[in-house]
Design a protein around this ligand. Structure first.
Ligand SMILES: O=P(O)(O)OC[C@H]1O[C@@H](O)[C@H](O)[C@@H]1O
Length: 307
């Protein structure tokens, strides 16, 4: 019989005690009947990393769970862990990154800009055998294969999001804030059996976003549900909320698959004309309400039982 996979929760080293704890790794251990991997990770006085694998990994599949928000401080420890596991004889090494960072700069918009998505992908691909993620920000890329050189599995949050909406929202009207969001909102609407509209957004800077007023007259008795893949500065949702409010719609429910909540985005959104702000647990946060572990576990089972 195959030995159970070993799951290392890298998030443990990057969350302070006050933060919302990451639930994905624990839930996956349960769903997959996996074993908890133990690492000793700390910093030397000069800031360099010390890392020791305390579990026996020889011949075993190892899964590294790492929510890749705030990716820069996590990246070196992540790569060091994968490399030492390989040296210690791990059979295969998977990166479980429910939120996959560095997908948004997919083009050189101004001369000299670094297309960070490509270089991040190439670095990750050197150290891992497999990558599983949820709703990566595929805008100009059609698939991860365009930039990643390893086997990958992309899962959709739509079934889990649709289930949450069906259970929690009365008469929902699903709204995507821009054309990029159509891919998510259309699928969620289909699964939740609800109507949807996609609005128009013009972004003229990191914090400068304008969203068109939608034609919502026929939906005034519906609960608007804004669905997007990422909440970062929150500007896209805040702008949309403002317009919906002016158009006389009820306070909206906001759903972001990945809640990054930069600066004061969370406070601003909570204070805005919104009923509720909800995210998946891809990034640990008080807004987490949608568990992605069951979907990730299903995807990982296929990889674990494959050759
Ligand atoms: O407006 P913020 O929250 O900064 O950014 C999130 C938006 O930026 C896009 O790339 C995402 O798809 C989402 O619509």
């Amino acid at each position: 019989m195959n030995k159970p996979p070993i799951i290392f929760n890298l998030d443990l080293f990057f969350e302070s005690a006050e933060d919302t704890p990451s639930t994905i790794a624990d839930n996956l251990i349960e769903e997959l009947g996996a074993v908890t991997g133990h690492l000793d990770y700390r910093h030397f006085p000069d800031g360099e990393s010390y890392l020791r694998v305390e579990s026996e990994v020889n011949g075993q599949d190892c899964l590294l769970v790492c929510s890749l928000h705030d990716p820069n401080p996590k990246f070196l420890p992540l790569i060091f862990t994968a490399e030492v596991l390989r040296e210690l004889g791990a059979k295969r090494i998977a990166l479980v990154a429910p939120y996959l960072s560095y997908m948004r700069q997919d083009k050189r918009f101004k001369s000299g800009e670094c297309i960070t998505s490509r270089h991040f992908a190439s670095l990750v691909s050197r150290s891992f055998d497999f990558l599983v993620t949820v709703d990566p920000h595929l805008h100009r890329y059609q698939s991860l294969d365009e930039i990643y050189g390893l086997k990958s599995l992309v899962l959709q949050s739509a079934p889990s999001v649709a289930q949450w909406i069906t259970q929690q929202v009365y008469k929902p009207l699903l709204l995507g804030p821009d054309s990029e969001s159509e891919q998510w909102v259309a699928e969620v609407a289909r699964l939740a059996d609800a109507p949807f509209e996609v609005l128009e957004k013009v972004r003229s800077g990191d914090l400068d976003v304008e969203v068109s007023v939608p034609h919502v007259d026929q939906y005034l008795d519906h609960t608007p549900v804004l669905v997007d893949d990422i909440i970062s500065s929150g500007r896209t949702l805040l702008n949309t909320l403002e317009h919906l409010n002016k158009a006389g719609m009820q306070p909206a429910v906001c759903i972001g698959t990945h809640g990054l909540f930069g600066a004061n985005a969370w406070e601003l959104l909570k204070a805005g004309p919104t009923q509720k702000v909800v995210t998946s647990n891809s990034v640990p946060h008080p807004s987490n309400a949608i568990d992605l572990a069951p979907a990730l576990a299903e995807g990982l089972k296929t990889w674990l039982t494959g050759s």
